[in-house]
Structures are given as structure tokens and as C-alpha cells.
Design a protein around this ligand. Structure first.
Ligand code: FMN
Length: 210
């Protein structure tokens, strides 16, 4: 009896893991089902910051690259935010309140690029401080900017308005807002609650480059 019970529990655990796994990797491995109908002209850069273990913003950056090509430029901090989520919140909150622009390992040289995709997680209703550092250091005037963001349920906040304000001499296109999973959901084993797929990226690209 004890053996049967143990076996039943083991099978249930394996099944639960398989379902959770599909939920997580299912979304991450999705392929677009709608075609890309546009062909953006010009050299493209995809600059993004992604902090969480889930790497939501990085995933969107890679989907964009898969569709239209372009060079990926992940922004990396000299002193990355610490691993424990609470610590990140504490330090990032301080950076946000004080308007700190943390030092980056490098600022991409975008002199030869025409179109810049700019991605950030939403932190406190706007782009994350490392993106503020990039925007403060990189000359984007005359370029076409396509902003994208991922958030934990609160929406894009004033992300787009802030990008427009910070880059008045760039042509800022409509942004893409994606709900990502967050650390808490992940820790609770809830998998990914976002239902966004690569199709959202394709739909957005078709719209902004029409
Ligand atoms: C410091 C911090 C602040 C955040 N602030 C917000 C917020 O204001 N609104 C929101 O919807 N999500 C917020 N989030 C959740 C992230 O935007 C969300 O998990 C995002 O998809 C993470 O992207 P990444 O995996 O690329 O780092 C915050 C997360 C952190 C760590």
C-alpha cells in the first residue's frame, strides 16, 4: 500500500513538472504563425536591458532579431543588481528615487545605425535605470526609435512618454508592451502567465513599418 502511494505521488510530481515545463518552455519556444509583411530599410540595432532570471525583455529582443535581423546590444552594468529579488528592489528603488544612472560596461556605438529598437523592463512605471544611462550617453537624434517593454502587470506606465521626452530629436514609433511573467510567479511555480507570443512582435513590426 505504502509503495503504491509513493509511486502515485511520484507520478503526480512528474506530471506536474511536465505541465509546468510545457507552460514555461511552450511560450518561450513559440514560433510566429502570422507572416512578416514589411521590410524595414536601414541598419538595425536592438539595444535592451533585461535583469530578471526569466529574461523577458531579452526574449522579446531575440524575437525581434529573428524577424528582422539587426545587431543585439544587451546593456550590462558594471555592478549588476544583486541576485536576491528583495535586494534588487531595494537598490533599484533607491536608483529610481534619486535618479541614479548606474555605470554600464559599455555604451554601444550606434553611429552607423538607422533604426534602434530599445527595450526595457518597466520599473516603477518607466524604463530601468541602466536604460536611462544609455539614453543619457547615446546620441539618437535623427534615428528611428522603436521602443518595447515588458512589465509585471502594471502596463507600460509612462515608458513611451519618457522615451519621447528624452529623445526629442529621434523619430519615436509606437511601442510594444508585453506582459512578462515575474519573479514572484516563477517562485510560486506558476510558470508564465503571459500569453504573449512571437505573433505579438510580428503584428507590431507589421504595424510600425507599414
Ligand atoms: C525593481 C523592479 C521594479 C518593477 N516595477 C514594475 C512596475 O512598475 N510595473 C510593472 O508592471 N512591473 C514592474 N516590475 C516587473 C518587471 O517589469 C517585469 O517582471 C519584467 O518583465 C522583467 O523583465 P526582465 O525579465 O527583462 O528583467 C518591476 C520589477 C523590478 C525588479
Amino acid at each position: 500500500m505504502k509503495l503504491i502511494l509513493t509511486l502515485a505521488v511520484a507520478v503526480a510530481v512528474i506530471l506536474a513538472c511536465a505541465v509546468a515545463g510545457c507552460k514555461i518552455f511552450g511560450r518561450r519556444d513559440t514560433k510566429a504563425t502570422i507572416p512578416l509583411t514589411v521590410n524595414p530599410h536601414g541598419k538595425m540595432a536592438i539595444v535592451y536591458y533585461s535583469q530578471s532570471q526569466v529574461q523577458n525583455t531579452a526574449l522579446i529582443a531575440k524575437w525581434i532579431q529573428k524577424q528582422v535581423g539587426g545587431d543585439l546590444f544587451p546593456l550590462e552594468m558594471v555592478e549588476p543588481y544583486p541576485e536576491p529579488y528583495r535586494e534588487t528592489l531595494k537598490i533599484a528603488g533607491k536608483h529610481h528615487e534619486e535618479g541614479t544612472r548606474p555605470q554600464l560596461k559599455g555604451i554601444p556605438d550606434l553611429a552607423g545605425y538607422d533604426i534602434v529598437f530599445l527595450g526595457s523592463p518597466i520599473w516603477y512605471g518607466t524604463y530601468a535605470p541602466p536604460v536611462a544611462t544609455f539614453l543619457g550617453a547615446c546620441k539618437l537624434s535623427g534615428k528611428t526609435l522603436a521602443p518595447f517593454c515588458t512589465h509585471g502587470g502594471g502596463g507600460a506606465g509612462h515608458f513611451l512618454a519618457d522615451v519621447r521626452k528624452t529623445c526629442p530629436d529621434a523619430k519615436v514609433l509606437d511601442g510594444l508592451t508585453i506582459r512578462g511573467s515575474n519573479q514572484i510567479e516563477r517562485r510560486l511555480g506558476m510558470g508564465v502567465t503571459s500569453h504573449h507570443t512571437e505573433d505579438d512582435v510580428v503584428e507590431w513590426l507589421n504595424r510600425i513599418f507599414k
